[in-house]
Design a protein around this ligand. Structure first.
Ligand SMILES: *[C@@H]1O[C@H](CO)[C@@H](O)[C@H](O)[C@H]1NC(C)=O
Ligand SMILES: *[C@@H]1O[C@H](CO)[C@@H](O)[C@H](O)[C@H]1NC(C)=O
Ligand SMILES: *[C@@H]1O[C@H](CO)[C@@H](O)[C@H](O)[C@H]1NC(C)=O
Length: 412
């Protein structure tokens, strides 16, 4: 039975919650600290999918305690379409970053970079490569025709290489992944590369600020409405494979030297933040990036904005992607600004999803790119050629029908 006073009280609470600044809740902070201490005590010796039992237990406890609590994010009224850039300078600079350790680039990286170049029109686009091992080459020295084609497109988009001489280490000490790197054979695993890329992106976003994107994170609408409002923004993953809420570390934004990323990098010299920083490992890759950053965001919601529209794209069978490409999935795609399609090109389930009809690229993403490509100021002809090549590649891969690409005839 609903009593009128209950409805009034609920409405008052909701109104208060909607207006409240994101004040840290000490109770949530205590839970995060307790879970963090558990992760740290577990020794951080697991890969994703190979965690010690205690780590698994800690993850479950974390999930059970954290998820029912009030979430720190809130749907902003602004959207990419309605936002008018204020005269005041933005907090987050309009520069975009990717990390690509070594070896030839591929067309998926070119697609992510070209989409951001066309839609967001950043002032600079940086591709961060890692220290090159003996015999390794950077994407700027392509060894294959596919690598040369991707490089042409990356150059047309204005991407510049930033070659890092060493992997940065928080606290100036031992690299948090040192044990894993020491295990030789494992060095070339996906997890190791992903972890190194996480460390690079984190240090980059701390030092330079800007917008970081994974090579399979596709920006299809502008993200300016976050750039003026927030010092730090993290993608929010609705539900990962463990049905856990975590951050989507494939898309982040920040002003240079933001407090949130200072704390996340090395605790900013504060003991109370060491266990939720890269000084300590929670078990590598996704534990350290997605889960740990989410935990810190729960502890300090005043320092970061978590945003579901920087979408970790649901895999087939998960969330809105149950039952194929439904209206719900297309609506979710339309509302998003970035689609982080983890596993693009190497995960069979993802490939299958992208080849379904109606087509996500054909219906939503590519029309947005073509609209942005036709907008003022005009894009250089070589970038338009790159967009055409990428459109043809998406058609060849059956990621969208020819008709969606033919819409480009006006400017082809
Ligand atoms: C960090 O984790 C360690 C290991 O579990 C624990 O002993 C320590 O108390 C934790 N620090 C804080 C500030 O919670
Ligand atoms: C970053 O912030 C810290 C503390 O807020 C400050 O000590 C440091 O000088 C800043 N660094 C830069 C490069 O602005
Ligand atoms: C698409 O496939 C056709 C036929 O195999 C080929 O000629 C063309 O070069 C391909 N285009 C791209 C961009 O891969």
């Amino acid at each position: 039975m609903t009593r009128p006073w209950m409805a009034v009280r609920l409405a008052t609470l909701l109104a208060a919650a909607a207006q409240e600044p994101h004040v840290p809740d000490p109770e949530v902070g205590r839970i995060v600290d307790a879970v963090a201490a558990q992760f740290v005590a577990a020794g951080g010796r697991g890969f994703e999918g190979w965690e010690p039992k205690r780590l698994k237990e800690a993850a479950r406890a974390y999930h059970a305690r954290i998820t029912p609590l009030a979430m720190p994010w809130r749907r902003g009224a602004d959207t990419a379409d309605t936002f008018v850039r204020p005269a005041a300078p933005p907090r987050v600079p309009n520069i975009a970053h990717w990390a690509w350790r070594d070896g030839d680039a591929d067309w998926t990286l070119a697609l992510s970079v070209a989409m951001a170049a066309v839609v967001q029109r950043p002032e600079a686009l940086y591709l961060h490569t890692g220290p090159l091992a003996a015999g390794a080459t950077a994407y700027t020295e392509p060894q294959t025709p596919a690598g040369r084609a991707a490089l042409r497109c990356l150059r047309a988009a204005g991407a510049q290489e930033v070659r890092h001489a060493a992997d940065p280490a928080p606290g100036g000490g031992r690299h948090p992944w040192a044990e894993v790197l020491g295990r030789g054979r494992r060095v070339r695993s996906k997890q190791t590369f992903a972890h190194l890329s996480d460390v690079t992106r984190l240090k980059t976003i701390l030092d330079m600020g800007g917008i970081y994107l994974d090579r399979d994170a596709f920006l299809h609408r502008r993200v300016d409405h976050y750039r003026w409002r927030h010092d730090a923004v993290l993608g929010l993953e609705p539900s990962n494979f463990e049905r856990d809420r975590v951050a989507n570390f494939g898309c982040l934004m920040a002003r240079p030297n933001s407090t949130f990323f200072q704390l996340f990098w090395d605790g900013a010299g504060r003991a109370a933040y060491a266990n939720t920083s890269y000084l300590r490992t929670w078990g590598g890759w996704a534990h350290d990036s997605c889960r740990k950053s989410y935990a810190l965001a729960m502890k300090r919601p005043d320092l970061v904005h978590l945003e579901a529209r920087l979408l970790q794209y649901p895999f087939p069978g998960h969330g809105a992607a149950r039952g194929g490409v439904t209206r719900a999935l297309l609506d979710l795609t339309r509302r998003s600004e970035v689609c982080h399609m983890s596993g693009f090109k190497w995960n069979g389930g993802r490939t299958h999803q992208l080849r379904m009809r109606p087509s996500i690229f054909g219906e939503v993403l590519w029309p947005n790119v073509l609209r942005a490509a036709a907008a003022e100021p005009p894009l250089p002809p070589e970038l338009l050629r790159c967009v055409r090549w990428l459109g043809d590649t998406l058609v060849n891969e059956s990621y969208m029908p020819e008709a969606a690409n033919a819409a480009a005839q006006g400017w082809r």
